[in-house]
Ligand binder design. Structure first.
Ligand code: FES
Ligand code: FES
Length: 173
């Protein structure tokens, strides 16, 4: 493995929210800082900066990760999706409506991290998920305002509606 000094600049090529990005970063810049300060993607929030709170969650090739635990210099040939990348995804309209209906956010600081985690989970087309599994899926994201009930209920409603619609589609097929 090559030895890099901390001020070494590295060229990186990756995809951010579907767009090809060619950029330069030093070896020690965290992905969370790179997204916010170099690319202006400030929807990704930074709380603890050591992998606990989940506020900085983004998708790396569709899996949720903490962007404060990855260096920007590791991005080569990867696909990153931030909350900005799912903002206009109409397949998540039901999630946005459910968040509003169940008051699943208050100050909103944690919300982008939660939405990215949940969006990634929904991409796997989960079936018959019970509340314990929903809470487990959300357990990497901390919210200091809501008490989680609204967030869990929002996910539950989305899951139930999606499963019911799938059942109806199968009956009508
Ligand atoms: S800021 Fe990354 S987990 Fe808290
Ligand atoms: S809504 Fe305030 S931290 Fe979650």
């Amino acid at each position: 493995m090559p030895f890099y000094k901390s001020d070494t600049k590295i060229k990186i090529q990756f995809t951010l929210n579907g767009k090809d990005i060619n950029a330069e970063t030093d070896t020690r810049t965290l992905l969370s800082d790179f997204l916010r300060h170099s690319l202006g993607e400030t929807g990704t929030h930074v709380g603890c900066e050591h992998g606990i709170c989940g506020a900085c969650t983004v998708m790396l090739n569709n899996d949720p990760i903490r962007s404060c635990l990855m260096f920007a210099s590791q991005l080569n040939n990867h696909e990153i999706t931030t909350v900005e990348g799912i903002a206009n995804d109409t397949s998540l309209d039901d999630l946005r409506i459910a968040f509003k209906k169940h008051h699943a956010l208050q100050c909103g600081f944690c919300t982008s991290g939660f939405l990215v985690t949940i969006a990634s989970f929904l991409k796997t087309n989960p079936k018959n998920v019970d509340e314990i599994s929903i809470r487990e899926m959300l357990s990497g994201n901390i919210c200091r305002c809501t008490g989680y009930v609204g967030i869990v209920n929002a996910v539950k409603e989305v899951m139930e509606n999606r499963n019911n619609n799938n059942d109806k589609d199968q009956i009508n097929a």
